[in-house]
Write a protein that binds this ligand. Structure first.
Ligand code: ADP
Ligand code: MG
Length: 265
């Protein structure tokens, strides 16, 4: 089947008065429909830059990017890939209620139809936020706010979810549960997701495949498919398996050793 996303030889540098900062170097990979891909790499290596390129917010210096086999410029309206982008901070507006926040994207796109409103109400129910729909963001916990941010992203029916360290602002206990919840929601709805994280445990626990990036300028050091013999719903149970330890140790080796034997690219 056609991959939903394909990157071929993508490179990118920032240019400013101080000179050039190379951020990405020759990045190539594909993402299959329904896949959950995690990308890990050291802080400042170019992860957010890569996601901005995938979202079409930055234009690559060289290389090509295609969605369902077509370059963005060649996509017709019928085969455009709808992208949902979720960031580290939830960016909820304090002067709007939770309902008004989660419908913001629809409102901006003039798509606040009865059908879409019903869909949002269902999402609020599914994510245990229905009772809070008329509250302001400050009345919610960090995990609830992050779920609200996910509903806002899901409300536009994205084909591809881009998640840029969406759990970083949460404390470690909340983070474990919220990230497992959100990954489960994404799997249940058969969405395709690219998750950026600097947390290797999170990547191994949640993803179907992990890409490890090198220091800046980022290149792909290693790619590893992840499979568990147990259900992934319980993040602590996953972390207690021998499989988890093996994956984690291999990837840790790659991440911390610039000359790793696991290097594949
Ligand atoms: P990460 O998300 O992995 O932490 P980023 O993609 O945000 O890394 O940034 C990669 C590198 O590019 C960093 O060294 C950062 O300082 C630099 N950078 C990011 N944005 C800009 C910009 N707008 N102008 C110049 N340099 C930038
Ligand atoms: Mg970043």
């Amino acid at each position: 089947m056609q991959p939903i996303l394909s990157l071929q030889g993508i490179s990118y540098s920032y240019h400013n008065l101080k000179g050039e900062t190379p951020a990405l170097s020759d990045i190539s990979f594909q993402v299959a429909h329904g896949e959950f891909l995690a990308i890990v790499g050291p802080s400042g290596c170019g992860k957010s830059t890569l996601l901005s390129i995938i979202a079409g917010l930055l234009t690559p210096e060289s290389g090509s990017l295609s969605y369902r086999g077509k370059c963005l410029a060649d996509c017709g309206t019928e085969d455009t890939v709808r992208i949902g982008y979720m960031l580290q901070r939830d960016h909820l507006f304090e002067w709007r209620t939770i309902y008004q926040n989660v419908t913001l994207g629809l409102e901006l796109n003039h798509a606040l139809t009865r059908e879409n409103q019903d869909y949002v109400l269902k999402l609020l129910e599914d994510y245990d936020l229905y009772a809070f729909k008329d509250k302001k963001p400050s009345e919610l916990s960090g995990g609830m706010r992050q779920r609200a941010a996910l509903i806002r992203t899901m409300a536009i029916h994205p084909d591809l979810l881009l998640l840029d360290e969406p759990f970083s602002a949460l404390d470690s206990q909340t983070r474990l549960n919220v990230s497992a919840d959100i990954a489960q929601i994404i799997r249940n709805t058969n969405k395709t997701a690219v998750l950026i994280t600097h947390d290797l445990s999170e990547a191994v626990t949640l993803a179907d495949r992990v890409l490890v990036l090198s220091k800046r300028p980022a290149s792909i050091k290693c790619e590893m498919p992840i499979q568990f013999s147990i259900d992934r719903r319980d993040p602590m149970a996953v972390r207690n398996t021998a499989e988890y330890q093996l994956y984690f140790n291999h990837l840790w080796e790659v991440l911390t050793n610039e000359q790793s034997v696991f290097q594949t690219a």
